[in-house]
Write a protein that binds this ligand. Structure first.
Ligand code: EPZ
Length: 422
């Protein structure tokens, strides 16, 4: 297994290009299942999760081609051969469950493995099931698979979700595009990736309104046609790299960044003493004056502070002046980066869903282990600011969500290299 060697090397300066959003692409790709006509995505990120979704769609019989070095994904699901998403693929990536709604809507049948737990939590699918059953689906759990049927087709309904689940919103909205009648989904998730999905579905002929708010209304149509859609910028990659000049000093411009994607995150950085300004090419980030100060964080559904930036923000707070309390309200086990940061000299106390971080002047480089996607990049950020060398192992986690990390950070002056595993 490869590892990444980072050496603290002072302030960072320059530009980092931000790629298309992994979490938008992972819901846009299954949307191809809703139509017999081709769907093409541009500005797609080059990530292992995208390869996993490609393999899943191909296992269903869809044609998926990766063009222009992976930045364009051309898909067609005219001739599907299966409606079963196999455990072997789903267990690797929970987002595989996003084929459930489209398969059910188009074919009236889907068999999707439950994803099983992952490092950050149990990750059940009850909200997906509740919503699809509200549309008339009959779903039963057998041998670890959800067996879903809608023999007479799905019917529009009014449904309120217990929690604003991102994936459940995506599955229900995709299914409702081909249901008979009108669906009103309440307490819907408001993430930009959902707005991006709806914009793509609308290009395919779907009748949808309210995306980005808590209530989304969908008028079912008989069929959807093909489209070409540009994947929205990745706000989590954007936020991650905004933290690089924050933790190291210097000034970095994030190309393609937009303030509207990271409003609450940028506000937190501002409160911690980091300025974020819009430029014509993206966002420019720099410390306002020397060491950052501790700020408290609570993770919430969009537009609140993103859970996917909690680990990275913790790295910054490890070097801040004061004490910060980080409360993780979305996932039940998303502090596994904390013990690794403590190995680097951080002062962190975790009690249940709350981590109390007392800043230290400087972290010390050490060998650490990535435990999940966002934890891996949190350790790299810490290593950029630490004294000496940090080796982050198990970087296959990183490859799921960050393309060309070494190249992007080297480009702003970081001392970082990938060490091939034996
Ligand atoms: C999406 O996961 C993202 N993944 C996650 O990003 C992100 O952390 C999460 O949304 C929250 O923003 C993709 O978009 C591919 P949820 P998702 O359904 O849809 C519970 C990353 O690092 N829940 O909003 O799975 C669940 O257990 C990944 O890129 C139920 O209880 O998130 C969790 O505690 C990690 N029942 C909470 O809701 C359900 O049926 C949030 O889950 C569904 C979810």
């Amino acid at each position: 297994m490869d590892s990444i060697l980072v050496t603290g090397n002072g302030p960072l300066n320059g530009q980092i290009p931000i790629a298309g959003a992994k979490n938008a692409c992972l819901t846009l790709m299954p949307a191809t299942l809703l139509s017999e006509e081709p769907l093409t995505l541009t500005n797609a990120p080059r990530l292992s999760d995208i390869k996993t979704m490609t393999a899943l769609l191909q296992s269903l019989g869809a044609e998926v081609s990766s063009l222009q070095d992976g930045q364009v994904i051309a898909m067609s699901s005219h001739d599907l051969t299966s409606q079963t998403a196999d455990y072997e693929i789903v267990r690797k990536m929970r987002a595989s469950n996003l084929v459930l709604g489209p398969l059910l809507a188009r074919f009236g049948e889907a068999v999707v493995s439950l994803p099983g737990g992952c490092a950050i939590g149990a990750r059940p699918m009850d909200l997906h099931v509740d919503g699809l059953e509200a549309l008339g689906a009959e779903i039963e759990l057998k041998d670890g698979y959800l067996h879903a049927k809608a023999p007479g087709g799905l019917k529009g309904a009014v449904h309120e979700m217990r929690f604003a689940s991102v994936g459940a919103t995506e599955n229900i909205v995709m299914a409702a595009t081909l249901a008979k009648g009108t669906t009103v989904l309440m307490n819907a998730a408001r993430e930009p990736e959902i707005v991006d999905l709806v914009e793509c579905l609308r290009k395919m002929g779907a009748q949808i309104s309210g995306e980005g708010t808590s209530t989304i209304e969908i008028q079912g149509v008989d069929r959807l046609h093909g489209a070409t859609h540009q994947v929205v910028t990745d706000r989590i990659e954007l936020g991650t790299y905004m933290l690089a000049p924050a933790i190291c000093g210097g000034e970095v411009e994030l190309l393609g960044g937009r303030m509207s994607l990271v409003e609450s995150f940028a506000a937190k950085l501002d409160a911690a003493g980091v300025s974020v300004t819009e430029t014509e090419n993206g966002l420019k980030v720099a410390r306002k004056n020397g060491r950052v100060t501790s700020v408290d964080v609570v993770t919430e559904p969009f537009p609140g502070f993103p859970t996917d930036l909690q680990a990275q923000m913790m790295a910054l707070m490890c070097t801040a002046e004061g004490t910060a309390v980080l409360e993780e309200r979305i996932f039940e086990n998303r502090f596994m980066h904390a013990p690794e940061l403590v190995r680097m000299g951080a002062n962190i106390e975790v009690h249940g869903g709350t981590a109390t971080v007392t800043g230290v002047e400087r972290l010390k480089g050490a060998p650490v282990m990535a435990t999940d996607l966002r934890a891996s990049v949190s350790l790299i950020l810490a290593g950029l600011a630490a004294e000496g060398e940090t080796t982050v192992s198990r970087v296959y986690h990183l490859d799921r969500g960050y393309e060309h990390v070494v190249r992007k950070l080297e480009g702003v002056g970081a001392k970082i290299e990938r060490i091939k595993g034996q």
